[in-house]
Design a protein around this ligand. Structure first.
Ligand SMILES: [Zn+2]
Length: 494
């Protein structure tokens, strides 16, 4: 290699590395990452083996340094939901930048019914209105000025949320932007069919008012109004572009490449548009706590969708789930949620020791303090066995047979092709909040899933010492007998 070609190779390598950094690929969450939602004291981080804070807690340089000294990446956090009742009350420009309905009335955030200021409610901000966009920009600059590793955007849908669900998204700015969207994306004959005489002067609200004059009427007939699919699509795409812009502002403010995450509630469709711009997803995934382990398909669907979209996800349960955990002092069920997420290659955020959000219609927002000793061991187990998580990717569980009280996922070592099986007990006694242990659990695998010369499997659990079992091969299949299944066992075949 000549000096010149060596120089060119170095340049090419540097350019490649910069490109990888630029799209955040090397910043993605790992399967074994232990993610906190919010900042916590040093001793709590150490107890859990924390590696990432997903939802803020690092708005000053001092905060960022504290996290880095502990080996933890951290994020700045802001939301696109509302400017808040106080600011809306005091600032006319912000007040005029709220999401409005077909009557021009501001749309309140339903779950912030108890957040008012001198009679002013918490109204959705309109992320298509320049004044609210400027407000969001300032919020990003505020939370990123300490040089955090990433930006987390909460309520990333902005005005798309009231547009999809609460009868909003109909201010002059939204209507003007929708007009441009129609011009670019919808064929003239489709517009004509919907009754649009001239797209250049078209006001969608005129078309709506022929069918609904009030928010209540509108909400009843919304999905039947012509062009509504385009209207919702426009809003979701505009919200996604806004989040992308906030990510650029964040990188500029921090002075380096940043991760970009949003509270994108998969598998809901409105939340899928932004995914392409994110490095990872931080979100609530409903666990149907009231049904114990019976209705876990929704959570599994969310984890599998994130995998399919190629974006790491760090989940927490919904406010309703946590309210039940707090009320019944549940520990086993949340441990099951943690295991379920990691078994599907995703992460479940550490139940927060001070501020785990709970919500019920009766109690509104309230908080759960998760006991560290109840949940830290399972996370320490994950950190200790990080290579059994990070080296493995999702594989098909087709042909794997187990009893119906057991849930199995198959992960595959990217280098060797050897499988790791995550075996979860579904036999949950809700009244006692415990798993009924099962003895001699048989797992039958198609022979093709195993390396040819594999003879042994290693059983790893957070609540027992590692153990080894023999593989029992028989005419095209192979059985592993797990001596005891309590909550979660990871079986690594070598
Ligand atoms: Zn608007």
């Amino acid at each position: 290699m000549t000096k010149q070609t060596r120089f060119m190779a170095v340049v090419a390598l540097a350019l490649y590395a910069a490109a990888v950094r630029a799209n955040g690929a090397d910043m993605a969450l790992k399967h074994s990452d232990v993610v906190f939602m919010y900042a916590s004291p040093d001793d709590v981080y150490r107890a859990y083996g924390a590696t990432f804070v997903g939802w803020g807690g690092a708005s000053s340089g001092e905060d960022v340094k504290r996290h880095h000294d502990l080996g933890i990446r951290c994020t700045g956090s802001m939301w696109c939901l509302t400017a808040g009742a106080k600011l809306i009350h005091e600032n006319a420009e912000i007040r005029n930048a709220c999401a409005v309905d077909i009557e021009g009335k501001p749309v309140e955030v339903p779950w912030l019914f108890d957040h008012t200021h001198e009679g002013t409610k918490s109204y959705f901000g309109c992320t298509n209105n320049p004044a609210f966009r400027e407000h969001c920009r300032r919020e990003v600059e505020r939370c990123m000025k300490g040089g955090a590793d990433g930006l987390h955007v909460d309520d990333h849908l902005g005005v798309a949320s009231p547009a999809w669900y609460f009868g909003g998204g109909l201010c002059d700015y939204c209507i003007a932007a929708f007009r441009e969207y129609l011009k670019e994306n919808v064929p003239a004959d489709e517009l004509a069919k919907a009754g649009v005489a001239d797209v250049n002067t078209f006001d969608y609200r005129d078309l709506i008012r022929k069918r609904a004059a009030t928010r209540e009427e509108y909400k009843k007939v919304q999905r039947q109004i012509p062009l509504m699919n385009h209207f919702l699509e426009f809003h979701a795409q505009a919200a996604a572009e806004h989040v992308k812009l906030l990510g650029e502002i964040a990188a500029k403010t921090a002075g380096h490449t940043v991760t970009l995450s949003a509270n994108a509630g998969l598998p809901d469709k409105a939340h899928t548009y932004v995914i392409k711009y994110l490095t990872h997803i931080i979100c609530e995934v409903g666990q149907n706590a009231h049904s114990g382990t019976v209705k876990i398909h929704h959570a599994i669907e969310a984890y599998e969708l994130a995998t399919k979209l190629g974006k790491p996800l760090a989940a927490t349960a919904s406010g309703w789930d946590w309210a039940l955990v707090k009320e019944k002092k549940l520990e086993t069920l949340p441990r099951f949620w943690i295991a379920l997420a990691y078994a599907h290659g995703q992460r479940f955020m550490v139940p927060h020791p001070n501020n785990q959000w709970c919500f019920t219609d009766k109690l509104g927002t309230h908080w759960y303090q998760a006991p560290v000793e109840a949940f830290a061991p399972i996370y320490r187990f994950i950190r200790k066995n990080a290579e059994c998580f990070d080296d493995f990717e999702t594989a098909s569980a087709e042909g794997v047979k187990v009893s119906e009280k057991v849930h199995v996922t198959v992960r595959k070592n990217e280098r060797t092709g050897a499988p790791a099986l995550h075996v979860l007990n579904l036999d949950y006694a809700a009244a006692e909040d415990r798993m009924l242990p099962a003895q001699n659990v048989a797992i039958t695998l198609p022979e093709g899933l195993l390396p040819k010369d594999a003879k042994q499997a290693h059983i790893l659990s957070y609540d027992a010492e590692p153990a080894a079992v023999e593989l029992k091969r028989d005419a095209g299949s192979c059985a592993i007998i797990l001596p005891e299944l309590r909550l979660w066992s990871v079986i690594v075949v070598e």
